[in-house]
Design a protein around this ligand. Sequence first.
Ligand code: NAP
Length: 515
Amino acid sequence: MPAPLQLKSFLSGAWVSGDGPQSVLYDAVTGEPMAETSTRGIDLGAAMAYARDVGGPALRAMTFAQRGALLERLSVAIHTHRDELIELAQQNSGNTRGDAKFDIDGASGTLMAYAKWGQALGDRTFLLDGDQERFSRSKRFLAQHVQVPRQGVAVHINAFNFPAWGLGEKAAVALLAGMPILAKPATATAVVTERIVRIWADEADVPAGVVSLLCGSAGDLLDHLGPQDAVAFTGSGDTGRMIKGHPKVLEHNVPVNVEADSLNAAVLGPDVEVGSDTFEMFVGDVVRDMTQKAGQKCTATRRIFLPANTLQAALEVLTDRLDQAVVGHPSERATTVGPLASKAQQQDIQAGIDKLSSVAERVWGNPSAAPDHGYYVAPALFRSNDGVDAPFVHEHEVFGPVATVLPWGGEAGEVVKMVAKGGGGLVCSLYTDDADFGGQVVLGLAAWHGRIYWGSRKVADQGSGPGTVMPGLVHGGPGKAGGGEELGGLRGLGFYMQRCAVQGDTRLLTQVLGG
Ligand code: NAP
């Protein structure tokens, strides 16, 4: 057996290892060790200071167009190494080729989108926010809001399921805003992230201190946060709450963006006939979002709301389609559901399935369909007739290829109440050609979601499905989903910038700020 890879961190401008080994990473298919890493004993205070003092000034001196050009280099570097990264993701995360492409192309695509927005912003180093405002009768005295980069480090803590996209989508926004990043991927799947940062360091001409990487346990990282830093976190609600309540976050009022759990819903309208184009769109999206990345997507569908009038027929088609899912080795072409990313995930999801089995009926999925090695789990579809009162289903996210069907009567108000019981989500998908019904659901659920995806006949052959996060649209959601918001084109930059109202002499302000 080859010796495990030694993953390192890229801090203070150098590749470093802690005293180790501290953490072992495994091959998701075989369960064999494939890499080791350690952060024990690394001086993270010095690493944060280096990013702040060396990377920050270099990035802030660059115009948006120059930062955009940097993002373009980062995007191209990932794309150039696409095949190598796909192979690593198949091994470390158990991704099928399609799953790995979703992650890696998502990273390069998001970086490229922000590169273009940077080029369009051009030759400036900060943003004007709104128009000049007058508060007196004189035209000589006015105010202008500006947004300038925060002068600290953007600490990016990511979940295990998107080691490439998680890195790229957060980096794109922070770097364009003008903040250096310190990325901390989830330890279990850090192989792909470490490789990308090595490629960037070798090939993308990144100024010193602009990109740092911490591979392995976070250690005392958060103890070094200061008043100009920002934290963007993706992961479980529990860790998100711990970070929001960290003493240094509270002491310095460090902005924290949390992307956490979400019981994403798919709602089929009572007007939709089984077999219609709108219905086909619904089934295709649900099956893809249950099985892609073995259901380990924050935007995956967890709750499926079927109206009483088409319940049986719709359920039959749905289970027939799910029958075509093939659980197996991620490198085999026929496989549509690979293993989960880690043993801890496998145990968590199995516990969730056992819990669902005790409160709902399993209507599809053979529990013994999963291979008995590696981190596989058999996909499952449950049904609960308990509506808004269904225990567990509206509260707990089973983060695998698992969803629950919930029948409902057909009234918009009823389904709005049931979906909202999830406590706030990233995305809700809705399939209907009835504008009245659709309007009630959209306006009833918009306050509970970061995004609503409305499928209908005219767009049945378009759209990327509710599970795809687009760089130009906001990603995040209220309540249980973490209360955060990322991306959304230039909207995302606000998190990494300070808005300041500057008041003074019209001539001087215009000379200095423009506008
Ligand atoms: P997690 O256990 O909360 O870990 C997330 C990240 O936090 C990892 O990098 C982890 O590092 C780090 N972390 C843990 N303890 C920390 C501490 N004390 N200080 C600093 N960092 C710490 O979550 P996970 O198991 O990776 O992810 C699963 C959850 O993420 C799911 O429930 C899913 O809903 C959610 N998720 C949400 C989104 C979204 O966009 N909303 C996307 C993907 C996943 P280590 O790995 O080193 O422990």
